[in-house]
Design a protein around this ligand. Structure first.
Ligand SMILES: C[S@@+](CC[C@H](N)C(=O)[O-])C[C@H]1O[C@@H](n2cnc3c(N)ncnc32)[C@H](O)[C@@H]1O
Length: 758
């Protein structure tokens, strides 16, 4: 298998790491598959004179690519550090007499935020220049500011053109690299609300339960009150209800403005890193996935709002998984068309979608021009007959579908993986009469499967409810966030209904759950929105000096009792509406909103209080009384970063006096842009601290602290081992080191593995 499985392992005596000539890295002789070559040459996916360069690129290891992620300000500042500090420092590196090229920006990615480099691990480990760069990547990846992602995998979210007010769905979302990109787009400044909380919604779904927890972990890097995660089969995704905008007493079906269908596929575009595909590739992989891919796309079409947009993508080169799926879906939904996106990302080298392709069967002896000629060769009871449908072939009138508007990205064009993207838009209101002159793929496999279509109006509605942290311990596989595999897992159809404790008055009574709408063993805690007069919430808001417009009506808890016990989460109004009006069991709601406050034991004799989580600070700041934010400088920051519990007395004035006089509990400190003795803050930073009787603690995760230290002081000055509190009675401080671990994944674990693999 590919490099993902090599985490922490050694490769025996293979000479891979001991050379930096990329062409020598892999044994190209073993990268042959006659079936693959015959099939794709027959399809003419590239002109004959490009076949060898295409194959050669497929046999060459993929460069390392990453994206500077996170909020806009952090991303820009970090990108400047990369461009102005790291790249110049890496520009003249010679290692063992070989010049080593520095990282370069991917030309087509907006704002130069995506990077690529081809440097062997030996150089990363041994060259002092690259060692520093590697540490920088590892630290920033751990805190979510850098996301390792295959270049082509960054494409679909860019074609989604998400805006902060959009209702967005990511139908096959795990492990979540594209979800993270979509979240970033949703969190671009919302011009409608002018707040850091977008008015829109991102519903990320995956049918694999474990992978949904990986997704939640990845998304925690950009905490969002607009995020929901569900665990359903996307091809039969149930309709969701929300109160009608015109009459809030009535419920209507939620339609999405943007839907991403990054469907499970055979993944032969990933052969540069998933080397096993060279050996295993055979045409029935793609043939077998066509039906599910089509059902997922068709379900998305039903859930799309008028004038909405769907992006359909795969990391497969196979037209049966690509153009054939899009063609079938367009034929059965004439209110959709392919969008001409040729002017978008002008630097991206691409090829047009195919209009001619010839499916084949397992024998690969023949490819068939038409479904009819294929049927003629089948004998009575032939198993293959049941596996192929008319929809595998180009449909009649294929030239009217504008399939060349689809995008094919080939490895030899820009040194990437192979990828397919199609952008579809709905032009008219959803059809009530779904046939309306359209061809239904009547003999397709998909028509034999259960479907939930536009009859979703009658769907069951149930209220949201209650509580505590979702302390589900899922064992998460170590995977490259960018890897897309051909996993197909259908959620069991025996949906379990649950009694839901509704604390808010708007929850309708539970109703029957339809078959196919959920899965058997779904054991998440319920979601309970706290009443606005909840005493704990009120005291939390008062102690944190939050302004009266803080959206306290959107604060929820997750524990069976529905009490403000340990963690408080916040959603936006739209997520709240979805949670309250849909049975969380039926939609297998795995996560909603983001954790914003956590209970903190304050020390002996002092009542426990809630504190703001560091990562949630951007959400809370707009509601924080500015007079309560304490100003500090780089000397204070150094002391807070170096120690775990420094005494108030060791800080310089005026900060010492301010904090000595301050009450114990949660405080917010601003460090303005500045430079001092080689340390430098390129933009203002605001951080949460906790004051005990006589000491202070910087309340950010230890990895975030190290990353901050690298950024500001140029090295990791944090104490390696957690110190004992200097004054025992003062500091029973409980750091939120479980942030991001609710799903059983230590924060940064994935990317640590990923970057260690660089
Ligand atoms: C290509 S991967 C998605 C990669 C993801 N979009 C990303 O960028 O990280 C396909 C995903 O589809 C999921 N999947 C497979 N069958 C599905 C179904 N019927 N409904 C929803 N998800 C499905 C798999 O678990 C897998 O996580």
């Amino acid at each position: 298998m590919g490099r993902n499985n090599k985490r922490g392992g050694r490769r025996g005596n293979k000479p891979r790491d001991d050379t930096y000539h990329r062409s020598d890295l892999v044994d190209k002789a073993s990268m042959n598959n006659e079936r693959f070559a015959t099939y794709y040459q027959t399809q003419n996916i590239v002109p004959a004179d490009q076949w060898e360069p295409f194959l050669d690129a497929l046999r060459t290891p993929l460069p390392t690519t990453f994206r500077v992620a996170g909020s806009r300000q952090t991303a820009q500042s970090l990108n400047e550090t990369l461009r102005d500090t790291h790249v110049p420092a890496l520009s003249n590196v010679v290692f063992e007499e070989q010049p080593i090229p520095p990282p370069v920006q991917i030309p087509w990615y907006p704002d130069g935020l995506a990077w690529q480099f081809n440097v062997p691990k030996k150089v990363l480990r041994k060259s002092p220049e690259f060692k520093g760069f590697h540490s920088f990547l590892v630290f920033e990846t751990e805190v979510g500011n850098i996301s390792r992602q295959e270049a082509v995998s960054m494409l679909p979210p860019l074609f989604m053109e998400v805006e902060p007010h959009h209702k967005v769905m990511d139908m096959c979302a795990a492990p979540g690299s594209k979800t993270a990109q979509l979240l970033e787009a949703l969190h671009a400044q919302d011009t409608l609300t002018s707040t850091s909380i977008p008015s829109g919604l991102l519903l990320a779904n995956d049918s694999d339960h474990k992978r949904t927890h990986l997704l939640i972990h990845q998304s925690a890097r950009l905490p969002s009150p607009a995020l929901m995660v569900t665990n359903l089969d996307a091809s039969i995704y149930p309709g969701l209800k929300i109160p009608s905008a015109s009459n809030p007493q009535r419920l209507e079906t939620l339609l999405f403005d943007r839907i991403l269908c990054d469907v499970p596929c055979s993944g032969d575009g990933t052969m540069r890193k998933n080397l096993g595909i060279w050996k295993s590739w055979q045409p029935m992989d793609g043939n077998g996935l066509h039906g599910l891919q089509l059902r997922i796309l068709q379900r998305a079409m039903k859930m799309l709002a008028p004038h909405g947009r769907i992006v359909y993508s795969t990391c497969s080169l196979n037209p049966v998984e690509n153009e054939a799926v899009v063609a079938c879906a367009l034929k059965s939904n004439p209110d959709f068309h392919l969008v001409d996106v040729s002017a978008k990302l002008p630097e991206l080298q691409r090829c047009p979608g195919l209009t001619v392709w010839r499916p084949t069967d397992r024998s690969l002896k023949t490819t068939y021009d038409t479904y009819e000629t294929f049927l003629e060769t089948c004998e009575e009871g032939d198993v293959i007959k049941g596996k192929m449908t008319r929809g595998h072939w180009p449909p009649e009138g294929v030239e009217l579908l504008d399939l060349p508007r689809c995008i094919r990205v080939y490895p030899h064009l820009q040194d990437t993986g192979g990828f397919f993207v199609a952008v579809l838009e709905r032009t008219v209101a959803p059809l009530r009469d779904k046939k309306r002159g359209a061809e239904e793929p009547a003999d397709d496999l998909e028509s034999k499967k259960p479907r939930l279509d536009d009859a979703v109006e009658d769907e069951i509605v149930e209220a949201g409810a209650p509580v505590d942290d979702p302390l589900l311990k899922a064992e998460i596989p170590a995977e490259d966030a960018a890897s897309a595999t051909a996993e197909v897992e259908i959620v069991p159809e025996d949906a379990g209904s649950a009694t839901v404790k509704a604390k808010t008055s708007t929850n309708p009574a539970p109703r029957r759950v339809k078959k196919g709408e959920g899965g058997g063993s779904f054991k998440e805690h319920p979601y309970t929105f706290l009443p606005s007069d909840d005493a704990t919430l009120a005291s939390c808001i008062a102690r944190l000096h939050l302004t009266p417009d803080f959206p306290s009506a959107n604060v929820l808890v997750r524990n069976p009792e529905g009490d403000a016990a340990r963690s408080l989460y916040i959603t936006n109004a739209l997520v709240k509406a979805v949670v309250q009006n849909n049975d969380y069991n039926r939609i297998r709601l795995t996560f909603a909103g983001t954790k914003v406050f956590a209970k903190q034991e304050a020390g002996r004799g002092v009542d426990a209080q809630f504190r703001v989580l560091g990562e949630a600070l951007p959400l809370v700041l707009p509601y924080t009384d500015p007079a309560t934010i304490v100003d500090a400088d780089l000397v204070v920051l150094r002391t807070l970063v170096e120690g775990h519990y420094p005494l108030c007395a060791v800080f310089p004035e005026p900060f010492r006096g301010l904090m000595t006089d301050a009450g114990s509990g949660s405080h917010i400190v601003r460090f303005p842009q500045s430079e001092l003795n080689g340390a430098s803050l390129s933009h203002d930073v605001i951080l949460p601290i906790w004051k005990s009787n006589v000491s202070l603690t910087l309340m950010i995760d230890k990895k975030a602290k190290s990353a901050l230290s690298m950024r500001v002081f140029g090295k990791d000055i944090t104490s390696p081992v957690k110190e004992k509190p200097l004054v025992v009675s003062a500091d029973d401080v409980e750091l939120d080191e479980d942030a991001g671990e609710e799903d059983g994944v230590a924060a940064g674990e994935e990317d640590d593995a990923v970057m260690a693999d660089v």
